[in-house]
Design a protein around this ligand. Structure first.
Ligand SMILES: Nc1ncnc2c1ncn2[C@@H]1O[C@H](COP(=O)(O)OP(=O)(O)OP(=O)(O)O)[C@@H](O)[C@H]1O
Ligand SMILES: [Zn+2]
Length: 526
């Protein structure tokens, strides 16, 4: 306020000086005071500029400062860090199936014109999902490395925590910069932090950031080669809008490595370490069941540290064993003997599912695995089939039997029951309940789901459900007893290789399948 008054005073003073000096100047041209007046005018103008500078410079400086601040903030946002990774697929051990899928994307980035000529659009969004430490970040940087792209990384939680209030802006600048530096790969880790399901009534920071991300994904120009790779441990949490075609529409599961992949990962991480000659990496791989790539890299590092502490020049098997123990203790996962016992149970359990599937020729088996995935200690993946809208009673029973195959195998081999069939039993109960209460497939007749009826008939419903499940279970037991050899074969292969794909399973069951084919032919002939 004070500054303004002083400035006004000087401006008024200056105006008077100019006017008076001008009037004096025009009043008498020959006046001697000309030089004085002229000097006065000059002084006045100088004073004006002086005051102007002194007094207005402050606001100028302030304005400048604001611009600078904005610039800084912009810089902070604009100064999107990017690297040109040297990592290639060779540095990523295992994950062969995922790498195969990614080769197509890499070809797209490398030969973008070839695809553009055909009018094909570049795949924009790829989603890596799976447990932590399995190489998602590594793989994304390898995609950049293979294509010599600029690699931008961001993390979902950082948008929400670090860039509070500017999350959406940050997304915008990130994409702007990536387009400028194209070809680019943007990697957004923990995408669930911004991409979790939106709530209808909320309009918070996270939602704005997510909306901006959706806008960016939709708005890509096809001639800008920018690929976005998102990563999450929880695919189920993500908003459907994010997964729609044209956005993150390619989902790739990055799971924990099997024994062969663990061996390769250990090889990568011991490449530059002096190892005792008698170390067999394959044996180490067997001892690290259920561990991720990050655990293995940690083990290799720990082993080296232990060797240094013991003043050794090479790393011995003993060092590795200590390192494994340390990592296991840190993780509070079970000790190796328990681990091995459980592995065996899981191997028979999963073999039971897979074999019953084969015997009943239900869905095609795509993969059997005893590598933990989410809550499950193992799993059988079925080939995605056409949607079925109608199923017969026999088909539903087959489904139940495949689910009971795990429990039945455990009973036959170990003679005891375990908690491993919890989810299977839940699903079995659900189907049986539907068969009785919705599809009219029991002795209770064609009743349908009616709450009053269900209350009245509760006990009978249970009885009918039990009857269905018991019958299915007995048949399952029979099948597995008849084909115990096959069960042993699959389980032994799983213990050794940990995962079997459909072809490998067929190869194992070749004799059995040929026999099955023959007996089918015989049946048809009769
Ligand atoms: N397949 C692999 N080959 C070689 N090294 C691996 C592999 N998987 C993981 N690693 C090692 O583990 C480290 C951690 O992996 P990375 O950060 O890529 O896991 P992530 O899946 O992104 O984990 P998070 O979900 O916790 O972010 C890598 O830097 C690498 O050293
Ligand atoms: Zn099961």
């Amino acid at each position: 306020m004070k500054k303004k008054m002083v400035l006004m005073f000087f401006l008024i003073f200056l105006s008077i000086t100019i006017i008076s000096s001008l009037s004096l100047f025009s009043g008498d041209e020959t006046n001697n005071s000309f030089v004085n007046k002229d000097r006065l005018l000059l002084i006045g103008i100088t004073a004006f500029f002086f005051i102007y500078y002194i007094k207005l410079d402050k606001p100028f400086q302030y304005a400048h400062a604001t611009i600078n601040n904005e610039k800084k903030e912009n810089d902070q946002n604009n100064n999107e860090f990017f690297t040109k990774p040297k990592v290639t697929f060779e540095d990523v051990a295992g994950l062969e199936e995922v790498k195969e899928e990614l080769i197509e994307v890499i070809d797209f980035i490398n030969e973008v014109e070839k695809y553009q000529k055909m009018g094909a659009k570049i795949p924009k969004g790829i989603l890596f999902y799976g447990p932590p430490g399995t190489g998602k970040t590594l793989l994304a940087s390898a995609v950049a490395g293979e294509t010599k792209s600029s690699f931008f990384t961001a993390s979902g939680s950082e948008f929400v925590e670090k860039y509070v209030g500017v999350g959406a802006k940050r997304v915008r600048t990130l994409f702007e910069k990536a387009k400028k530096e194209a070809p680019s790969v943007i990697f957004i880790d923990e995408i669930d932090a911004i991409g979790a399901k939106r709530h209808l009534d909320s309009n918070n920071e996270k939602d704005q950031t997510l909306n901006q991300l959706l806008i960016e994904l939709d708005g890509f120009n096809t001639d800008q080669t920018v690929v976005v790779i998102g990563a999450t441990n929880r695919l189920d949490l993500l908003d459907e809008a994010l997964l729609r075609p044209g956005r993150f529409d390619r989902h790739m599961f990055i799971g924990n490595p099997n024994v062969k992949a663990r061996e390769e990962i250990l090889k990568v991480h011991t490449k530059n370490k002096p190892l005792d000659t008698d170390i067999k990496i394959a044996d180490l791989a067997k001892k690290t069941h259920g561990m991720s790539g990050a655990h293995l890299s940690n083990i290799a590092n720990e082993a080296a540290i232990i060797a240094v502490r013991e003043n050794q020049t090479t790393i011995s098997i003993k060092h590795f064993e200590q390192a494994i123990e340390r990592v296991i203790a840190g993780l509070q996962i079970k000790n190796p003997t328990v681990l091995l016992k459980e592995k065996q149970i899981v191997a028979y359990h999963e073999s039971g599912h897979a074999l019953i599937g084969k015997i009943l020729s239900t869905d095609m088996v795509q993969k059997v695995s005893i590598i933990p995935r989410g809550q499950a200690l193992g799993y059988v993946l079925h080939m995605p089939q056409d949607d079925r809208y109608i199923m017969t009673k026999e088909e539903l029973c087959s489904k139940i039997m495949v689910m009971l195959g795990g429990r039945a195998a455990e009973e036959i081999i170990f003679g005891h029951l375990s908690t491993g069939a919890k989810d299977d039993l839940k699903k079995v109960t659900e189907i049986a309940m539907q068969m009785v209460c919705e599809y009219g497939m029991s002795d209770l007749g064609y009743m349908s789901n009616n709450p009053t009826m269900m209350q009245v008939l509760g006990r009978q419903i249970n009885k009918e459900m039990n009857k269905i499940i018991d019958e299915c279970y007995n048949t399952t037991l029979e099948h597995l007893k008849t084909y115990k050899n096959e069960l042993e074969k699959i389980s032994a292969a799983l213990m050794e290789r940990e995962t079997l794909n459909g072809d490998e399973l067929n190869e194992l069951l070749k004799d059995f399948m040929e026999k099955a084919k023959e007996s089918k032919k015989e049946l048809e002939a009769v």
